[in-house]
Design a protein around this ligand. Structure first.
Ligand SMILES: *Cc1c(COP(=O)(O)O)cnc(C)c1O
Length: 380
């Protein structure tokens, strides 16, 4: 019985050749390929500016600095997210205020956010969880009404759309991830996009020790001018080797999204009549890239989430528990939040699982997984 993994990155010879060309060029740190990758990415997501960094976690950190978050501020975040979403404000000495999500999409809404707004709130981080686009316009209106910055954590959402356009353009700054778990990978990597030139310039500076000229620019002149360090910065640079890979990955993205949507449609057709199983779907306002194809195991299904995970494992299929709830982690025990305050988050975290989905997955693999979903009691 051949094992089916939950995910696999999709990288080919073209990425290897692009990385080799960067190495052979002799310029491997942040340089011309990073600049090319930024231009191509900005075009893809229809942003005025894109600044490449070493991870989405770094992108979130710098995006928060760029919108003015400071120590002592409160930043509203969903608990239902990878922990980096909550860590970013914590790095700045701000408090992540964790709110609940919509039970259907897994994303925050004005209804979950509004009660958490206080006089100390400075920003909201809105996540397109698992690639499902959040309904940004009503959140934007709420943020504007209260004078709050809106940062979008689109780590999972390259290739997802909102209102007919790529996600991310309605926020003050948007953070993206190129970790191998996402659709588009550079090994590790991230990006900040924004339409605001001053915010972009600040992020560009902060990723590189807040130097007033970049190392790449200094290298252009034979007699390099003395640089100045304008504030306390970071080393959050992406390398040109990574960017070379990213440029190739960008070209693959439309095909990758299309393939994932085909495979999910096959899952959907196969389990449509199974009571108690709900497969994530497009919301009315956009399309998901299906970064995570999750099912919710509910009433009427013959077993619970743990039972289904075990049944899949017995058939050689590796699925994963759904998205985490940051409020349950020891790192955030000091916030003193319990499940009663975040009921939809608790329910989704406990009852969802992520199905195998990646570009190279075959129709026959989907059918094998779906057979277990239809009859988790079948003997392997
Ligand atoms: C993956 C992920 C991150 C972190 O991305 P890195 O590039 O690994 O730092 C942040 N937020 C969300 C929602 C994610 O899924």
């Amino acid at each position: 019985m051949e094992r089916i993994n939950v995910m696999r990155p999709y990288l080919g010879r073209e990425e290897a050749e692009a990385a080799m060309a960067a190495i052979e060029s002799g310029w491997v740190a942040q340089g011309p390929r990073v600049a090319d990758f930024e231009r191509a990415f900005a075009e893809l997501v229809q942003a005025e500016h894109a600044v490449a960094v070493s991870s989405c976690t770094a992108a979130l950190h710098l995006a928060l600095v760029a919108v003015g978050v400071e120590a002592g501020d409160e930043v509203i975040v969903p608990s239902f997210s990878f922990i980096a979403t909550a860590n970013a404000p914590t790095y700045l000495g701000a408090t992540p205020v964790m709110v609940d999500v919509d039970a259907k999409t897994g994303n925050i809404t004005p209804e979950t956010v509004a009660p958490a707004i206080t006089g100390r709130t400075r920003a909201i981080i809105a996540v397109d969880q698992g690639g499902v686009p959040l309904d940004l316009a009503p959140l934007r209106a709420l943020a504007d009404e209260h004078g709050l910055a809106l940062v979008e954590d689109a780590a999972c959402a390259a290739g997802s759309t909102y209102d007919g356009a790529p996600v991310g353009s309605g926020a003050d700054a948007t953070a993206w991830s190129f970790h191998p778990r996402k659709l588009l990978t550079t090994g590790e990597g991230g990006m900040v996009t924004t339409d605001d030139p001053e915010r972009a310039a600040r992020v560009r500076r902060l990723r590189e020790h807040a130097m007033d000229v970049s190392a790449a620019d200094r290298h252009q002149s034979v007699l390099a001018p003395a640089e100045q360090y304008l504030e306390i910065g970071f080393n959050y640079r992406m390398t040109d080797i990574q960017a070379a890979v990213g440029i190739v990955q960008l070209e693959r993205l439309p095909g990758v999204v299309e393939r994932r949507r085909e495979l999910v449609a096959r899952y959907r057709a196969a389990i449509a009549d199974v009571p108690g199983l709900r497969l994530v779907e497009d919301p009315p306002w956009g399309t998901t890239n299906y970064q995570s194809a999750w099912v919710e195991v509910g009433e009427g299904y013959p077993t619970d989430r743990e039972g289904l995970l075990a049944a899949l494992a017995a058939h050689g299929i590796s699925a994963r528990r759904g998205i985490m709830a940051a409020h349950r982690q020891p790192a955030y025990a000091h916030l003193g939040l319990d499940d009663a305050a975040l009921p939809a988050t608790a329910a989704l975290t406990d009852s969802t699982l992520i199905l195998p989905l990646y570009h190279q997955l075959q129709e026959s693999d989907v059918d094998r997984v779906a057979a277990v979903l239809r009859d988790p009691g079948a003997t392997p």
